[in-house]
Design a binder for this molecule. Structure first.
Ligand SMILES: [Zn+2]
Length: 271
């Protein structure tokens, strides 16, 4: 009586083995998350209509914005013509919302001339984030650019006089002016500006495949555009330039124009 059952189990195991995944993804992700996957060399992978860069070894990445929910899906076409749609669940997370009322209107909504300058400067940074290099600097992991009290987290949102402002897209580390900032991963410096209205001294490092880090409010910048930096290299120093209420490092991360949470990528801060 037992024999047929055993055979059936072996049969199932055989099927499971034969269908070992051709594309590997993490079991789940979360808003602001970076997803690194691996497929067969030569496969084409699309996420939300965008063709992802697939490295020679099959690795690829994409990122999720703050307000993604449900599941995210990838369409894969292999070299043999087979196609697959794969999806992973997005584990929800909560973001803080802070309401501040009774502020002078001029501080909440900048005058049109200032708004124009801000838009122009943000477009320059956005352009740097369009870069799509084959380099895979992201594959060697990330380290904290410096350590200290975390004074701001990704995703929190302020509602000023009833107007929702942009959520906070990055992690703030409260350290003093002059504290060195280290590259969290290697890359190419894709943008440098000494004095932007909102972000002051600003540096973008491109880690490859559309993934980049931005550092703002810097008091000193030690790198030049197109310079190669290695993980841990000093790129400048913390400050309070631009619209900052005090010295701190703001570290943001992007997959092209999608804002990611650096804390999810770097892991806990060493004590
Ligand atoms: Zn910040």
């Amino acid at each position: 009586m037992m024999r047929p059952l055993l055979c059936a189990l072996l049969g199932l195991a055989g099927i499971a083995h034969a269908s070992a995944p051709r594309t590997e993804l993490p079991a789940s992700t979360t808003p602001g998350g970076l997803v690194i996957g691996r497929t067969e060399p030569g496969a084409m992978v699309r996420f939300e209509g965008r063709a992802l860069r697939v490295a020679e070894d099959g690795s690829f990445l994409f990122g999720l914005g703050r307000d993604v929910a449900g599941r995210v899906a990838l369409d894969v076409r292999y070299r043999d013509g087979a196609t697959q749609t794969l999806s992973i669940p997005v584990q929800p997370r909560e973001f803080a919302i802070e309401r501040v009322d009774g502020l002078p209107e001029s501080t909440v909504n900048p005058d049109p001339k200032l708004a124009q300058r801000i838009a122009r400067e943000q477009a320059q940074v956005a352009k740097a984030r369009e870069r799509n290099d084959a380099r895979q600097d992201y594959r060697f992991g990330f380290v904290w650019p410096n350590t200290g009290r975390i004074s701001g987290v990704y995703g929190s949102q302020r509602i000023l006089n009833g107007t929702p402002k942009n959520p906070h897209y990055g992690v703030d580390i409260a350290v003093g002016t002059g504290t060195p900032i280290h590259a969290p991963a290697g890359g190419i410096v894709s943008f440098v500006a000494k004095d932007l209205y909102l972000t002051g001294g600003t540096v973008v490092i491109d880690h490859g495949h559309g993934l980049s880090s931005v550092f703002v409010h810097m008091s000193r910048i030690d790198v030049k555009p197109e310079q190669r930096v290695e993980q841990g290299a000093v790129i400048g120093a913390v400050g309070a330039t631009g619209r900052a209420t005090g010295p701190h490092l703001h570290w943001g991360m992007n997959w092209f124009d999608t804002r990611l949470d650096p804390q999810l990528v770097v892991g806990p801060m060493p004590r």
